[in-house]
Design a protein around this ligand. Structure first.
Ligand SMILES: *[C@@H]1O[C@H](CO)[C@@H](O)[C@H](O)[C@H]1NC(C)=O
Ligand SMILES: *[C@@H]1O[C@H](CO)[C@@H](O)[C@H](O)[C@H]1NC(C)=O
Length: 435
């Protein structure tokens, strides 16, 4: 009898651990379904924005999810993080594993590192609990700026923190190779300057280099007032849509196609470029014996030019006004334009106060040559931005283009206290931000 109870308890404990009810990691093993390569394919897809004017980032992620499914990835191995505030999104059958304010930097890094214990909030608890033979694909779509990308909640993801996370994941032996695509302004700055070493098996492709915008597209679809896609993202995803199972396309061939089609920015690559010869099917294209479908013509007719990512929000407000002709819509547009010029002029004024004559002020606009990171001291950059925001209000999606100015202040070793004083002078009357 006692023996029977003991046995039952043991079985229950085993089951608990097996289902992830206990704190053991066994259930994660259970979810790692083998593939034909002896490793598992994982995907982490994240939209960093919210709001209808940013519709396209969540649409990008929903589209990417469809591609992962078509590529044969199991739901257990796809983690989707999106704010999910776009009602009736027709492409959105998947609610996302992490929604609302749970889409933040902390959870993103916890998911990437497979650290269940570090998660906060009410997400699905799914993490990338990958092993040494696995291939991981990470896709991020949103706004960026020199040195960081946005999150809908809880602060931005800085380049040095992403870099450290990837090194840690490598040190933990938690992947064979990892491929990451980033759609954001200045997305190259997330990796530029050896932030992504070439010896950790990670290959990155970004929508733009470290010093330029990325571009929104499909902005002229009559029934929507907002841009529906991003140029770089649409390029890699429509390529994937056009491929049949077993297509041997390599990452390098894909880069050539995407770089050609993304003709308003320089699509860039970082990290272990020897991965260029790997087939995309190691990550997300459907595998199998097959022939090239590279001749699949991508039809660019009807793609109406690009809109700079930073201006896509203005396009939305303008369309809204054009359609409604209401005083409210006009005022919203004016407020946004006023907010933008206020951020520009406060940064400019701080430059005047700190550096005086215009020849020295050029320092704020220096672009370091390719091969150097945006800033040497990332903590300095973070604290400069915090100080600016404390005095002048949030930089916001538009104002974050000025991060380079703050990075340059750090690189020139300008005194932090002087900057704080200049910011307090420049923004004597902190703006009341009304969104
Ligand atoms: C990055 O983009 C800028 C602006 O388009 C361009 O002037 C510069 O040459 C590019 N640099 C690299 C390394 O691609
Ligand atoms: C980029 O490509 C689009 C579509 O093919 C074309 O309409 C546009 O003129 C091109 N823009 C530039 C700057 O080359």
């Amino acid at each position: 009898m006692a023996m029977g109870v003991l046995l039952l308890m043991l079985m229950l404990m085993h089951l608990q651990v097996g289902l992830g009810l206990g704190n053991g990691g066994l259930w994660q093993e259970f979810l790692r379904l083998p593939t034909e390569n002896g490793g598992t394919k994982w995907a982490l897809l994240i939209a960093g924005s919210k709001g209808y004017e940013n519709y396209r980032h969540q649409a990008d992620v929903c589209h990417a999810y469809q591609i992962m499914k078509k590529g044969g990835l199991k739901d257990q191995n796809i983690v989707v993080m999106m704010y999910d505030d776009i009602a009736y999104n027709p492409e959105n059958p998947h609610k996302g594993d992490y929604n609302g304010n749970d889409v933040n930097k902390n959870n993103f890094l916890a998911v990437l590192l497979g650290k269940k214990s570090a998660l906060t909030g009410a997400g699905s608890g799914k993490v990338i609990s990958s092993g040494p033979n696995d291939h991981i694909f990470v896709y991020y779509s949103d706004h960026g700026s020199p040195g960081y990308v946005c999150m809908p909640s809880g602060g931005n993801l800085h380049a040095n923190d992403l870099s450290q996370a990837l090194k840690n994941k490598n040190a933990a032996g938690a992947y064979k190779n990892l491929v990451v695509y980033v759609e954001a302004c200045e997305s190259g700055s997330m990796f530029e300057g050896q932030l992504l070493p070439s010896n950790i098996g990670v290959y990155a492709m970004t929508a733009s280099n470290a010093t330029e915008n990325s571009w929104a597209t499909y902005c002229d679809t009559p029934e929507y007032n907002t841009c529906l896609g991003d140029l770089f993202s649409v390029a890699w995803m429509e390529d994937a849509d056009a491929r049949r199972p077993g297509d041997p396309e390599t990452l390098g061939q894909l880069y050539d196609i995407v770089a050609k089609r993304t003709n308003l920015s320089h699509v860039s690559r970082y990290g272990d470029l020897s991965l260029s010869s790997q087939p995309v099917s190691l990550y997300y294209l459907p595998p199998g014996p097959g022939t090239s479908t590279a001749s699949a013509v991508i039809d660019d007719e009807g793609r109406v030019g690009g809109v700079n990512q930073r201006d896509a929000g203005l396009v939305y407000l303008w369309r809204k006004y054009y359609e409604e002709k209401s005083v409210e819509a006009w005022e919203r547009l004016l407020r946004e334009m006023e907010r933008r010029s206020r951020v520009d002029s406060s940064v400019d004024l701080i430059g005047d106060i700190l550096l005086g004559d215009s020849s020295k002020k050029k320092l704020l606009h220096i672009r370091r040559p390719a091969g150097q990171p945006l800033v040497d001291d990332w903590d300095c950059l973070k604290s400069m931005v915090r100080t600016f925001e404390a005095h002048c209000g949030p930089l916001g999606q538009y104002g974050m283009k000025h991060t380079r100015a703050f990075a340059n202040m750090c690189n020139a070793a300008l005194d932090h206290n002087h900057m704080a004083k200049a910011a307090s002078k420049a923004c004597m009357h902190p703006p009341v931000i009304t969104y």
